[in-house]
Design a protein around this ligand. Structure first.
Ligand code: NAP
Length: 246
């Protein structure tokens, strides 16, 4: 059997990086997408190759249609037909009340978290339908159901939209042999919290989490890997919450 070829967007850091390394260990060849941090992307690509997988790192802004097309074209040219997609690249903008969010931050969050996922899913749907097989995992957030008041309601809204995308696309693509699922992480220790303005946010959140700690990127990667694996062959249209009980 040939190895699965899986695209992971936002593979250079955090959850995406852990997912790339985990998938390599599980026998996937990996196409690692990133937007600006080429050095981080190359470090992850090296770790993927050290695990015995083929890997190509591609700079591609997922909110840009031409970049998404180039990401998939490069994957096919360099590694072969794409059988897996992990839609993971996401942004929040600064933490704060909704009334204070700048229009440019609203647009960026919608462009990356929603348009980016839509553009990647559309291309994956085209390629995988032609192939007659495939699996998509959309990285959502527990925010989709919590709403995240006072922090980033607009981000939560894009994640709820992601879950609707997962459910609808699973029904549309199921007859073509393509599975579509989501993973909804709770608070996970990545650089995303510093980027949104509070590096200590995971530690501060711990008392509110039933398991009393933030999660690790590898714990999300494990859920993504299971959903992509043959063990999840009858699982589609579901959003797996991995949030320490929150
Ligand atoms: P992170 O550590 O901030 O990493 C973000 C990744 O996305 C980086 O690889 C970054 O690339 C990439 N990226 C950002 N904008 C992009 C764009 N326009 N095009 C392509 N790549 C882009 O984030 P994370 O915490 O791992 O989050 C990953 C996913 O999990 C997101 O969808 C996020 O919403 C979700 N999530 C995270 C948490 C959490 O607590 N961390 C909780 C729930 C859900 P560069 O390295 O090039 O900048």
């Amino acid at each position: 059997m040939s190895r699965p070829v899986t695209i992971v967007t936002g593979g250079s850091r955090g959850i995406g990086a852990a997912t790339c390394v985990r998938l390599a260990g599980d026998g996937h060849d990996v196409v690692l997408g990133y937007v600006s941090n080429g050095a981080a992307a190359e470090l992850v690509a090296d770790a993927v190759r050290a695990a015995g997988a083929r890997c190509v790192a591609v700079r591609a802004d997922t909110s840009d249609e031409a970049d998404v097309e180039r990401l998939f074209d490069t994957a096919v040219t360099e590694l072969g037909p794409v059988t897996g997609l992990v839609n993971n690249a996401g942004v929040t903008g600064p933490l704060g009340r909704f009334a204070d969010v700048r229009t440019e931050d609203l647009r960026r969050v919608v462009d990356v978290n929603l348009m980016g996922y839509l553009l990647c899913c559309r291309r994956a749907a085209q390629d995988m339908t032609a192939l007659g097989t495939g699996s998509i995992v959309n990285v959502s957030s527990a925010a989709a159901t919590l709403g995240s008041p006072g922090e980033y309601v607009h981000y939560a809204a894009t994640k709820a939209a992601t879950d609707a995308l997962t459910v609808g696309l699973a029904k549309e693509l199921g007859p073509a042999g393509i599975r579509v699922n989501g993973v909804a992480p709770g608070v996970i220790e990545t650089e995303m919290h510093a980027t949104m303005g509070d590096p200590d946010r995971p530690a501060k959140a711990a008392p509110e989490i039933p398991l009393r700690r933030p999660g690790q990127p590898s714990e999300i990667a494990a859920a993504v890997a299971w959903l992509l694996s043959p063990d999840a062959s009858y699982t589609t249209g579901t959003v797996l919450r991995v949030s320490g009980g929150r």
